[in-house]
Ligand binder design. Structure first.
Ligand SMILES: [Zn+2]
Ligand SMILES: [Zn+2]
Length: 410
């Protein structure tokens, strides 16, 4: 009897498997797989895809935390629009490197919106200022950021001091390379107001207050061609985000590591973990509540170290309060957004890519602009190397058909 039963069960399982297999085969596209033709790829390779006239592409150039790790830079998101405009939202440490891997000419990476002045949200501004200025941005770096409770806590003061910090860097480049990009254009706006801070070329960017650490943090939305991108920077859940993020196509909001992991893995004291993880930032359960309130087409959680053992707890806690579309962000995640569709992929970048082409050509430098050396430093030059360096000037002259005077002969 027992044997008969197991035989019948065996037949039933066999039938179920066969039916399952047949339906699987039927669901497979009939498109022929060729050994020589490329198939559609599920990755984004920079500089390989056109952007549609009404399409938005968002790339995570940093999704991590204020401490450094190779896998995740600190906060940085790039928004590219089908009208050609590009915007950087936050530029935390390591963000400039990810931006560089996207092979975008630096003339187009000239607009930065900073949500607050924590290092993990603007710590790579200097890298973009200097590196972008050398690599092809021949115009000021345009920066939008909030005021602070006092003038010295605002964006204008921070950028002014950044430029002062680079005094030697800039002096050392005068007359050596085209340094027209080594200037800034700062637009500091009132952190307390919900307001439009940018309106050009059909693009509207708004800012509103965030609640994070002290006064002076804000969040942003970007609207263009009927699409809406929202970026929290850092904040405790707040009523402004709930209001102004309504109708978002892509809503990015911070989502901090769960408190137990802040204690065990991030090594905070329990008191600090509770304060930082639930009062300064947004814990996953609260992120879920925010998203359930605004119901975006796609919710994006960022600002946690995404590991095999942290992703599960974060997701589980979010799912207690939100069951809609969700991306758990990691560096180089890419979203293509149109009115009909949102796709999520990961960019595969060339770690060895060089500077992209310059849109605005560099202008020749003038030797008379050089700051130069004091006589005692100049006198320390090893003269014997002139014999081997002079031919490099001659070689360049022959190759390019004009004369390049050797500096010590001038
Ligand atoms: Zn912060
Ligand atoms: Zn942060």
């Amino acid at each position: 009897m027992k044997r008969k039963l197991s035989f019948l069960v065996g037949i039933a399982v066999g039938i179920a498997l066969t039916v399952g297999f047949i339906s699987l085969v039927a669901a497979t596209p009939t498109e022929e797989i060729s050994p020589v033709k490329a198939r559609e790829r599920a990755v984004y390779a920079p500089n390989s895809e056109d952007l549609g006239p009404e399409e938005m592409r968002v790339i995570a150039c940093g999704t991590g935390m204020p401490t450094q790790r190779l896998a995740q830079a600190a906060a940085c998101f790039l928004v590219e629009l089908g009208n050609g405009d590009k915007f950087i939202f936050d530029i935390g440490e390591g963000g400039a490197e990810r931006l560089a891997s996207l092979e975008i000419p630096y003339d187009w990476l000239d607009k930065v919106f900073i949500g607050h002045l924590h290092g993990d949200h603007f710590g790579d501004l200097g890298a973009l200022f200097v590196g972008g200025g050398i690599a092809g941005r021949h115009s000021p770096l345009r920066i939008w950021g909030p005021s602070g409770a006092t003038p010295e806590l605002g964006t204008a003061a921070a950028v002014e001091h950044m430029e002062k910090m680079f005094a030697w860097d800039i002096a050392g480049r005068l007359g050596q390379t085209d340094i027209r990009g080594f200037t800034t254009e700062v637009h500091e706006f009132d952190y307390k107001q919900a307001q439009i801070i940018y309106e050009e070329n059909g693009v509207t960017i708004r800012s509103w207050p965030a609640i994070h650490a002290i006064d002076g943090a804000v969040s942003f939305s970007l609207e263009w061609a009927g699409l809406k991108f929202v970026f929290s920077s850092d904040t405790f859940p707040n009523r402004w985000y709930n209001e102004y993020a309504q109708g978002a196509d892509l809503a990015i909001h911070e989502c901090f590591i769960a408190v137990p992991d802040l204690i065990e893995k991030f090594r905070l004291t329990p008191e600090a973990a509770l304060q930082v993880g639930t009062q300064i930032h947004t814990p996953p359960e609260a992120f879920g509540k925010v998203m359930s309130t605004i119901q975006p087409r796609m919710a994006v959680a960022y600002h946690f170290f995404k590991d095999h053992d942290t992703t599960g707890p974060v997701l589980e806690r979010i799912r207690k309060t939100y069951d809609g579309p969700l991306s758990l962000a990691e560096d180089l995640m890419v979203w293509n957004i149109t009115k009909d569709k949102i796709t999520e992929r990961v960019a595969v970048v060339n770690e060895h890519s060089w500077n992209p082409p310059q849109v605005t050509p560099a202008i020749p430098v003038r030797a008379e602009d050089r700051v130069g050396y004091s006589p005692e430093i100049w006198a320390g030059r090893f003269d014997d190397v002139d014999d081997v360096i002079k031919p490099i000037y001659e070689e360049a002259g022959e190759a390019l058909g004009r004369e390049f005077p050797y500096p010590s002969d001038e």
